[in-house]
Design a protein around this ligand. Structure first.
Ligand code: ZN
Length: 86
């Protein structure tokens, strides 16, 4: 069971939720879309598809961040909700 936190609806596909991920290679938290895999590094860019990137092309290790890790990042205050996934 994992708890996933999300930020908002994706501006690229307008369907998926933007799930928080921990990029442990570069030590940063970002969001990526559960539907189209588009991602954003910074909360200011969320409404702008051009500021995003295709997360599938990135070469780094990721984990699911804890609520505390998100709160410690620049994404603090951008958490819309969470859900459990088995
Ligand atoms: Zn999307």
């Amino acid at each position: 069971m994992r708890t996933l936190y999300w930020s908002s609806t994706c501006a690229n596909c307008n369907q998926g939720r933007l799930l928080f991920q921990n990029d442990i290679t570069n030590a940063r938290v970002y969001v990526h879309c559960e539907e189209c895999e588009w991602g954003w590094l910074h909360p200011e860019g969320l409404g702008d598809v051009a500021q995003g990137f295709l997360t599938l092309l990135s070469d780094y290790e990721t984990t699911d961040p804890t609520l505390e890790e998100i709160e410690r990042s620049e994404w603090r205050g951008h958490i819309a909700g969470s859900f459990e996934e088995t």
